[in-house]
Design a protein around this ligand. Sequence first.
Ligand SMILES: *[C@@H]1O[C@H](CO)[C@@H](O)[C@H](O)[C@H]1NC(C)=O
Ligand SMILES: *[C@@H]1O[C@H](CO)[C@@H](O)[C@H](O)[C@H]1NC(C)=O
Ligand SMILES: *[C@@H]1O[C@H](CO)[C@@H](O)[C@H](O)[C@H]1NC(C)=O
Ligand SMILES: *[C@@H]1O[C@H](CO)[C@@H](O)[C@H](O)[C@H]1NC(C)=O
Length: 429
Amino acid sequence: MKLQPLLAAIAFLILLLSVFLHVIADLDSDRQALLDFAESVPHIRKLNWNLALPICKSWAGIACNKDGTRVIAIHLPAVGLFGPIPANSIGKLDALKVLSLRANYLNGSVPSDLLSIPSLQSVYLQHNSFSGDIPVSLSPRLGVLDLSFNSFTGEIPSTIKNLTRLSVLNLQFNSLTGEIPSLDTLRLTNLNLSYNMLNGSVPDPLQKFPLTSFAGNSHLCGTPLNSCSSTPSPSPAADGSAIPEKQKAVHSKKLSTGIIIAIVVVVSLVMFLLVLVISFCCLKKKVSHSTSIIKEKVANGGRSEKPEDFGSGVPDAEKNKLVFFEGCSYSFNLEDLLRASAEVLGKGSYGTAYKAVLDEATIVVVKRLREVGVAKKEFEQHMEIVGRAGRHPNIVPLRAYYYSKDEKLLVNEYMPAGSLSAALHGINC
Ligand SMILES: *[C@@H]1O[C@H](CO)[C@@H](O)[C@H](O)[C@H]1NC(C)=O
Ligand SMILES: *[C@@H]1O[C@H](CO)[C@@H](O)[C@H](O)[C@H]1NC(C)=O
Ligand SMILES: *[C@@H]1O[C@H](CO)[C@@H](O)[C@H](O)[C@H]1NC(C)=O
Ligand SMILES: *[C@@H]1O[C@H](CO)[C@@H](O)[C@H](O)[C@H]1NC(C)=O
């Protein structure tokens, strides 16, 4: 009679135990997968991954879910990882949501088990040396896929059409060939396929993206590029330089004087307009330069999820003049910084401080100095002194600065409350 409740209790205990063991086993297998990865991928900066430290609390670049039972994010940007990623390492982390290994020296092909992890949402593998095809099997939850600045070849896999949550797709600066698949653009806000070897026409749904999303693909046509219709087959007529000299001479003889006069008039008109536009632009630049570089985004209700473009008044030539201090492995440039979503942290007498989120692995504090009228040399000397002081472990380190006549920016590490210890152990930079 008392047997039934006893059996029920035992069954319940067994169930509880198996759930518990299952959880332990999952974290154990995550840990083993990461150790396998660290062992087979050489890295320049040391990783503090060992069994003596708790994986969720102390391992550099690793984040777990709230109850500490699974690894959900890997952030190892610019830690000097090199060589290929072995299969059966990171690919085994089947609760992973964010994978950021950008700005390393990883090469070889991306193992097929990596981007197909079903929980995966954000992938940042830009600025590596990956080659081979983009894996066909992709997680259906992918929202961000950044494979730019690598050496991927082959076609863009057509499975990308099925990614209904995709909002950012960056594939610029690879060697991708073939035609662009017609993507589901319901959520797609950022698309960059520039500087590849793609051909064919831009699919209708993608024609709303700007020219710079497709630039540098010489065999691609259609809005927003040149129209395709006139030259279905590769014809030399499309390119003036390909016409032999003889033929050109024949052509010019056939031109009547009327046409020549018309051409001269049109050309001089265009030149005049060009001069007008250029002088107008110069004038405008002078005015806009004194207004804001980082447009303030007043935080009334939190940040938006998608990356926002903070258009800048900085001339193109100046966009790489961010000066980094020694021993800092940040790998962004001024352009990245200006584009990052920013949030005002506070305003003081010296100027305004912003929190800039470059991606979830890189958060910095940018101080924009107001009315500092020092010469460049003097400013740089001062920065050197501040930069040296920053090597002291008790001072929030200055990582980089930017100087121009109109704008002076200081870039500090971002220290969220309570993570000083993390900062001291070099996780943030
Ligand atoms: C990857 O890089 C290493 C050196 O860092 C080199 O020895 C190896 O050949 C490269 N592999 C590929 C596939 O490019
Ligand atoms: C996309 O998904 C549909 C079903 O949802 C499937 O039939 C099709 O094969 C998938 N296409 C690719 C290229 O994976
Ligand atoms: C694009 O290039 C591929 C080879 O890479 C070729 O097979 C295909 O026919 C080309 N498509 C167009 C529209 O030119
Ligand atoms: C695409 O990438 C190129 C190179 O980084 C950049 O110049 C261009 O502005 C980008 N286009 C868009 C739409 O982001």
